[in-house]
Design a protein around this ligand. Structure first.
Ligand code: GLN
Length: 553
C-alpha cells in the first residue's frame, strides 16, 4: 500500500431486507479491484449467534466456509467470488463474537474496574475489529456491510460504531453507501421515492449521513426522480446510483459501473480514478448470454424451498457452465419425493445428478435412490460431503452386497457403519465450530478421474463434517471396484471416491463449491458439467424448453 491512508466504505440498507447489499458490496469491490486497488470486505451480522454454523439453512441460507475454517454468512461467498479474494475469520463479525470478546475481557479484568457498557466498550470492540482486518489485509479499501435494516434494534451499536469510526479516521477516508427500495405502486407501477427519503432520515437520526444512495428498483428512474432523491436526501445527484434489477448476478458489476458507482465512491474518498480493466468480467457476461447449448442438472437435496441454501453449489454450476460455454439449468428436486418407483420420473431428463451436503436422516433415502439411478443409468454424478457418504452407502448396499450398510449419523444402531464419526469427534459435545472445518490437503491417485480433472496431484479443499468413511470397509469396497482417488496425506481419511467404467461418477468429502469462481470454475465442477454436456449431446438436441417433472408440481 502507498502512503495514502486506508479507506472504508460502509454499506447499509433501508426499508426491507434482501435488497442485495451483499451483491452491491461485492460488485463495488470488483470495480475497485478492476482499477488496481486492493480490497477486502467485512460482513457484520447483528445476530447473537457467534457464527452461522449453528443456524439452519432454512433460516439464513447456506453456511459458507473460509479456508481458515470459519463458518460464515453466505455473503462472504459472494465477496470471494466477485472480488476473487480469500477471506478469513475476522471478515465475518457477529454480535455473538463481539459480546463474547467483551465479556472475556471483562472477566480477565481488562477494563480495570469500569462499568462495561455498549458505548464505549462494545463500540470500541467493533471498531477494533474493523481496524484489525484493515491492518491484517493492508487493503486499500475495506468494505464493511452491515446486515439487516436501518432501524433494527440489533444493528444500533454497529451504526454508532461507524459514526465514531469516521470521526477517528477522518471524514475523507470513509464513505457511507446506503441501499434503499424504490417500489412501483398502483396499477401503473408508478415509482415512489418516499421510502428512500424515510430511510435516509432514519439513518440521519442515528448520526450517519448517506454519501451515496443506491436506489434498488425494477424499472429505470427518470432524471426527475434522481433529482428528487438528491434534493430530499441531501446527496449530490451523481451520487444517486440506480440499482436496477439485472438479468443475472454477474451483470451487476457492469450495470453499476455504467451507473458510475465506482467513480462516485473514488471521488468521495479522494482516490485516483482510472479506466477499469473489466475485460475478463465482460467475457464472462458474454458467455453467459450466448451459451452454445443447455444442460440440465438435477440437484437432489432437502432444502429446496430456499435457493440460498445451496448458493455456492448453484454458482459453481454456473461457473462450470461458463467454462464449458453452456447454460446450466439446475432443477432443485426435493429428495423426500424420490422413491425407487418414481426416480425415473424425476431424473430422466437430467444430464447430470448432484447430491450436495446435508445433515440428518430426513430425505437421505431419496438421495440414495438418485445416486443409484445415476450409477446404473450412466448419468454423470457429483456428490458433495453427505453426497459422498451416501454414494459409499449406496455402493456398499447394491454393489458390494452389504445390504444393511449405513451411517451412524443416520442410524446410530447400525451394525454396518460404513460411515462413522471421526475419532476426534467422539468426545465432542459442543456444536459450534467443532466440525472438521476449513482447508486441508488432499493427495490424489495419478491417472484417476480426480487427478485428470484437477491436472495436479495435491490439492487443498475446504471441509465441514464430523463423519467419515470407515476405513474398516475400504478393502471390501475397493475389491468391488470403488476407487479412493483422494486421501488425506497420511492416508487415513477418504476425501474422494469414484466408480470407474462410468461416464463420470465422483464424490468428495470436502466442499469444492467454496473455491469456485466465475473466472476460474472449480476443476471438478468443470469436468462434471463437461460430462453432462457429452450426455446431453448423445441424448439428442434437447433445448431449454424441455420440461422436467419436479417436486414443485
Ligand atoms: N452430516 C455429514 C457430516 O457431518 C455431512 C456434512 C456435510 O454434508 N456438510 O459428516
Amino acid at each position: 500500500m502507498s502512503s495514502t491512508p486506508q479507506k472504508f466504505v460502509f454499506v447499509t440498507g433501508g426499508n426491507v431486507s434482501s435488497l442485495g447489499k451483499g451483491i452491491a458490496s461485492a460488485s463495488l469491490g470488483r470495480l475497485l479491484k478492476a482499477r488496481g486497488y486492493s480490497v477486502t470486505a467485512i460482513k457484520i451480522d447483528p445476530y447473537l449467534n457467534v457464527d452461522a454454523g449453528t443456524m439452519s439453512p432454512y433460516q439464513h441460507g447456506e453456511v459458507f466456509v473460509t479456508n481458515d475454517g470459519s463458518e460464515t454468512d453466505l455473503d462472504l461467498g459472494h465477496y470471494e467470488r466477485f472480488m476473487d479474494v480469500e477471506l478469513a475469520e475476522d471478515n465475518s463479525m457477529t454480535t455473538g463474537k463481539v459480546y463474547q470478546s467483551v465479556i472475556e475481557k471483562e472477566r480477565r479484568g481488562d477494563y480495570l474496574g469500569a462499568c462495561v457498557q455498549i458505548i464505549p466498550h462494545l463500540t470500541d470492540e467493533i471498531k477494533d475489529r474493523i481496524h484489525r482486518v484493515a491492518r491484517a489485509t493492508r487493503a486499500d479499501v475495506v468494505l464493511v456491510e452491515v446486515g439487516g435494516t436501518v432501524g433494527d434494534i440489533e444493528g444500533l451499536p454497529y451504526l454508532e460504531a461507524i459514526r465514531q469510526f469516521r470521526n477517528q479516521v477522518g471524514r475523507n477516508n470513509c464513505v457511507n453507501m446506503h441501499l434503499t427500495l424504490v417500489p412501483g405502486v398502483g396499477p401503473d407501477g408508478e415509482l415512489k421515492t418516499k421510502l428512500t427519503q424515510h430511510s435516509v432520515k432514519e439513518l440521519r437520526a442515528i448520526g450517519i449521513l448517506a454519501d451515496v444512495i443506491v436506489a434498488r428498483t425494477r424499472r429505470p428512474l427518470t432524471r426527475e426522480m434522481r433529482r428528487k432523491i438528491s434534493l430530499f436526501c441531501d446527496v449530490a445527484e451523481r451520487n444517486v446510483i440506480v440499482g436496477q434489477d439485472s438479468d443475472h448476478l454477474y451483470a451487476v458489476p457492469l450495470d453499476l459501473e455504467r451507473e458510475g458507482i465506482a467513480d462516485a465512491i473514488l471521488e468521495l474518498l479522494g482516490l485516483e480514478n482510472t479506466t477499469p480493466d473489466l475485460a475478463e468480467w465482460e467475457a464472462i457476461n458474454h458467455t453467459l448470454r450466448h451459451p452454445k447449448r443447455t444442460v440440465r442438472i438435477a440437484l437432489v437435496g432437502k432444502y429446496t424451498q430456499l435457493k440460498d441454501a445451496y448458493i455456492s453449489v448453484l454458482e459453481s454450476l454456473t461457473h462450470a457452465g461458463i467454462g464449458n460455454e453452456v447454460e446450466v439449468l439446475t432443477d432443485l428436486v426435493h429428495s423426500e419425493t424420490i422413491e425407487p418407483e418414481n426416480a425415473d420420473k424425476y431424473l430422466r431428463h437430467a444430464d447430470g445428478i448432484l447430491v450436495p451436503g446435508g445433515f440428518g436422516d430426513r430425505g437421505t433415502s431419496g438421495k440414495i435412490e438418485a445416486i443409484r439411478y445415476a450409477r446404473e443409468h450412466g448419468v454423470p454424478f457429483l456428490g458433495l460431503c453427505l453426497g459422498l457418504q451416501l454414494a459409499v452407502i449406496e455402493f456398499a448396499r447394491h454393489v458390494a452386497g452389504i445390504a444393511d450398510a449405513d451411517s451412524t449419523e443416520l442410524n446410530p444402531m447400525t451394525h454396518e457403519p460404513l460411515i462413522d464419526l471421526m475419532p476426534d469427534q467422539k468426545q465432542t459435545t459442543l456444536k459450534g465450530g467443532t466440525m472438521r472445518l476449513g482447508a486441508y490437503p488432499c493427495v490424489l491417485t495419478p491417472g484417476t478421474l480426480a487427478a485428470r480433472s484437477y491436472g495436479q496431484i495435491e490439492v487443498q479443499e475446504r471441509h465441514r463434517h464430523r463423519y467419515e468413511v470407515n476405513n474398516a470397509y475400504r478393502e471390501t469396497l475397493s475389491h468391488h471396484g470403488m476407487v479412493f482417488s483422494g486421501l488425506s496425506p497420511d492416508g487415513q481419511l477418504v476425501e474422494i471416491v469414484e466408480v470407474p467404467g462410468h461416464p463420470f461418477f465422483l464424490a468428495t468429502q470436502f466442499h469444492p463449491e467454496f473455491q469456485s469462481r466465475p473466472n476460474r470454475p472449480h476443476p471438478l465442477f468443470q469436468a462434471f458439467v463437461k460430462a453432462a454436456v457429452v450426455r446431453a449431446q448423445s441424448q439428442g438436441s434437447r433445448t431449454s424448453t424441455t420440461t422436467l417433472e419436479t417436486s414443485a408440481e
